[in-house]
Design a binder for this molecule. Structure first.
Ligand code: LIP
Length: 285
């Protein structure tokens, strides 16, 4: 019998992906099913950085479902922090990315579930319930979009393999971005935007980093950058964008993360990253 954490006990990425997809869809159903205006139960970094009762209910469901199937795994969730562990697997969960959109009844919010083995994200699922779109990727196996998860008995097409847009020059690029919740950071983000906006086709501010990264994967936008995202916002979406052919990095040779996340096809990424580096977006640190 293999020891927990030994190479022989590592689950296949496809197996983790299946669980990621089913918990993301189940949590999405819970979030969709809550009628009326969601109730704000707490705030985090600023009065506009809210937690709803729905965020907590969705994360509790995800933790229960993962815990039942894989009791030895660690789970890092936006609302509950990191718990458990012992196996080689850690789940990184944002039960509701795009909370402000959810609060206002806008469609761009998602459940994001990633699974890491020995520190590498090997599976990721982003479910966008209001569009019934399930984006998924397992490391080395491409990025995929399926629809119809909310209607399992219905007729659906086959999953579509995603490929990010390539060959787009910076001046023609549609670039998604997002802004933090604190005013000091926003001031710098506005100054960075002032440098970026005249140099690109246009900007989109969707409100969910997970959805933005899936939009890079599907070609709905050409690029994405944001300072201040958390690991749970980007873990699944970054794998999906990368498996669709995008490069996902930080600035100055660093990996993507809270300091900066940039995603685009390789050529565009270089130009966007140079433009961003020149605007010094990390100076609010
Ligand atoms: C959101 C991010 C988004 C960012 C928002 C917010 P939340 O996460 O996904 O990209 O611009 O300000 O941080 O708070 O909805 O989980």
């Amino acid at each position: 019998m293999s020891e927990p954490g030994s190479a022989a006990s590592r689950p296949a990425a496809g197996e983790l992906l299946q669980l990621a997809c089913s918990v993301a869809v189940a949590a999405g159903q819970v979030l969709l099913g809550r009628g009326g205006r969601p109730e704000v139960v707490a705030t985090k970094s600023s009065p506009t950085d809210v937690v709803t009762e729905a965020d907590r209910a969705a994360e509790a469901l995800i933790r229960d479902m993962i815990g039942e199937k894989r009791p030895g795994d660690a789970i890092l969730g936006e609302e509950g922090g990191q718990t458990g562990g012992g196996s080689a697997v850690r789940w990184i969960v944002d039960p509701l990315d795009g909370t402000v959109n959810y609060l206002y009844g806008l469609a761009d919010w998602a459940v994001s579930v990633a699974a890491e083995t020995d520190g590498t994200v090997v599976a990721g699922a982003v479910f966008v319930p209001r569009r019934d779109e399930l984006y998924s990727a397992a490391l080395g196996d491409g990025a995929w979009l399926s629809t119809g998860a909310l209607d399992p008995g219905g007729e659906h097409g086959s999953p579509v393999r995603l490929a990010c847009n390539t060959g787009v020059p910076l001046a023609q690029a549609l670039v998604a971005t997002g802004f933090g919740y604190e005013s000091g950071r926003r001031l710098v983000q506005a100054e960075v935007l002032r440098a970026v906006l005249p140099r690109v086709r246009d900007i989109r501010r969707g409100g969910s980093a997970a959805v933005d990264l899936c939009s890079v994967a599907s070609g709905a936008v050409d690029a994405y950058y944001e300072r201040g995202v958390n690991l749970w916002d980007i873990a699944a979406g970054a794998l999906i964008a990368a498996e669709a052919g995008a490069s996902v990095t930080g600035l100055h040779g660093r990996p993507p993360g809270t300091s900066m996340t940039v995603a685009a096809a390789p050529g565009l990424l270089t130009d966007l990253r140079d433009l961003l580096a020149g605007a010094d977006p990390e100076r609010d640190a």
